[in-house]
Design a protein around this ligand. Sequence first.
Ligand code: AHM
Ligand code: MG
Length: 335
Amino acid sequence: MSQRISLTRFLIEEQHLGHISADLRQLIAIVARACTSIAITVSKGALGGALGDAGTGNIQGEVQKKLDVLSNEILLEANAWGGHLAACASEEMDHCQPVPDIYPRGNFLLLFDPLDGSSNIDVNVSVGTIFSVLRCPEGINAATDEHFLQPGRRQVAAGYCIYGPSTMFALTIGHGTHAFTLDREQGLFVLTQRDIRIPEDTREFAINMSNHRHWETPMQQYVDDLLAGREGPRGQDFNMRWIASMVADVHRILTRGGIFIYPWDKKDPSKPGKLRLMYEANPMGMLVEQAGGAAYNGRERILDIQPDQLHQRVPVFLGSKNEVAAAVRYHTQAD
Ligand code: AHM
Ligand code: MG
């Protein structure tokens, strides 16, 4: 790209085009700044003294890493005083947290997974922050969890920041999906991929194969047919990738296509899936759809699901449109 366009400039131009309000622009800028701080903290590794377990657990019974807790604090603190938010909700907090009374409150609700893929932190593999922005319902001053329970199609912005060999910020405000790369010397994100398009077809799938025996039959059948390759019913060979860090897997799909699946499995039948709807599946679903891909729970469009709990889980099938449709067909035909 000949001319460098910073995230700040990109957002101001989107505001001039009427795609975004000044308030939402500033909110996204604050989230991006917080992600820059998290990137610095993550990149220090063992030298920052932040590796390892925090000695606490979250509401979902998962062990929290020190960096989960630190990243959560960075995002909360950065977003407390801006005046654009009514409340924040996070994978790491049992309930939403309204903006403290000492600060002005705004009209947006922010949800995040502060450090997704955190099982990868200690092994120096890419991790990321995922976020979603909703509007606070009219007339609500003190938002509670129930005000967050809106379907993903109502998101006004969504994105992630990946902390990999380079730090990248992927964003949608409902007008395409764009990616920015952090220039560490200048301390700013520079637009490096405008209007990302995910190829409609793919020969690459991402799934944790170790769960195969726990899946439902149509899921097993779909993957068995991929594995059968050229000699099987799909008539072509497929390659597999699994980073166990959703941000990194989705980033690959935005870059070169593919299908990412975390299906329901019967290890714990009470859980409808591993990934969380509100701050993992919905924002990733919006980014992928805005890039021409699809996001389903195996049967329905993820962005149409009406949530009934802040931390609810959902099966996730997302990526190249035609491959997601193929996987969904195995399920709907079995029904
Ligand atoms: P986390 O939010 O606790 O980090 O869990 C979500 C992560 C995703 O990033 C990734 O796709 C998945 O868990 C990996 O799960 P598994 O270890 O079962 O393969
Ligand atoms: Mg997560």
